[in-house]
Design a protein around this ligand. Structure first.
Ligand code: G1P
Length: 295
């Protein structure tokens, strides 16, 4: 790969979903703005992307999702207020949200037509280079490098498409894109089959794709030529499946712990575990949990 083609600079964040599993709160605010302790889910995904070297953040919003656009924009009134009140620690919390050298682009998906359609909306901004896709409701905590950084490091050598994989319980496969394939000597999976939300009996394995992808710009043509799949929506999984055989499609069993924050239980688990490490409340929260009498 030429140096230009193996530099990953852009990341797409599809944030136009209705978040129906979190109604009523998602009636007026996006699920990606739900807080894990005091930071919204989307910020964790952005931090993971920036750690992996991403310089352009592309949010695919819908019209009721101004909150995300505003969150990553300047809040001049609030920062002036905090500066006047001499609250530098608080000021830092809001000014560091988008690091220097990183820019944001906000796009609109006019209809919620699936993940594939959301990715296709980003074509004009991604243009002709590889890019990442991060689904913020898959929150991944790693002790070392973040999930996307692990993927980028593995992808540098060999390019193509890279998926983040996790082994899930047999009865859970129908919630994910699932691969069939074999693990190579380098520890990466060579993806030979990819199926969106298969019934357990038809799943090619228990290796599920989680919400992190490194894709090539050729995916846009495949998306255009893919028919609606599961749920009548344009599925990214189906478009990636079309690339198998014509370019490397590999998967990394990433190191870390994922919280499915698209589900109430996963979201609550994330809050509890992040709170137990949060410098402002860890000690008190631990004591509270220890003394909690469960009914
Ligand atoms: C999407 C993808 C699926 C993937 C999952 C990861 O599904 O379509 O292939 O395994 O994200 O979270 P969704 O959760 O949006 O239904």
């Amino acid at each position: 790969m030429s140096s230009e083609k193996n530099k990953l600079r852009k990341a797409v964040f599809p944030v136009a979903g209705y978040g129906t599993r979190f109604l009523p709160v998602t009636k007026a605010s996006p699920k990606e703005m739900l807080p894990i302790v005091d930071k919204p889910l989307i910020q964790y995904a952005v931090e993971e992307a920036v750690e992996a070297g991403i310089e352009v953040l592309i949010f695919v919003n819908n019209k009721s999702k101004r909150a995300i656009e505003d969150y990553f924009d300047d809040a001049r009134e609030l920062s002036d207020h905090l500066a006047r009140k001499n609250r530098p620690a608080l000021l830092e919390k809001i000014t560091g949200i988008v690091p220097a050298g990183v820019s944001c682009v906000n796009l609109r998906q006019t209809e919620a037509n699936g993940l594939g359609d959301a990715v296709l909306c980003a074509e004009a901004v991604v243009h002709d280079e590889p890019f990442a896709v991060l689904l913020a409701d898959d929150l991944v905590r790693s002790d070392g490098a973040g999930c996307l950084k692990q993927m980028t490091d593995a992808w540098q050598n060999g390019g193509g498409t890279m998926l983040a994989l996790e082994e899930v319980a047999a009865q859970a496969v129908s919630r994910y894109g699932v691969i069939g394939g074999a693990r190579g000597g380098d520890g990466l999976w060579r993806v030979e089959q990819l199926v969106e939300k298969p019934p357990p009996a038809e799943a090619p394995s228990r290796m599920a794709v989680i919400g992190r992808y490194i894709l090539q710009p050729g995916i846009f043509d495949h998306l255009r030529n893919t028919r609606p799949g599961v749920g009548g929506e344009l599925q990214l999984t189906d478009a990636i499946a079309r690339q198998i055989g014509s370019q490397p499609v590999r998967g990394l069993n990433y190191e870390g712990r994922r919280y499915d924050c698209g589900s109430k239980l996963g979201y609550l688990r994330a809050n509890v575990e992040y709170a137990l490490e949060h410098p402002d409340i860890a000690g008190e929260f631990r004591d509270y949990l220890k003394n909690l009498k469960l009914p």
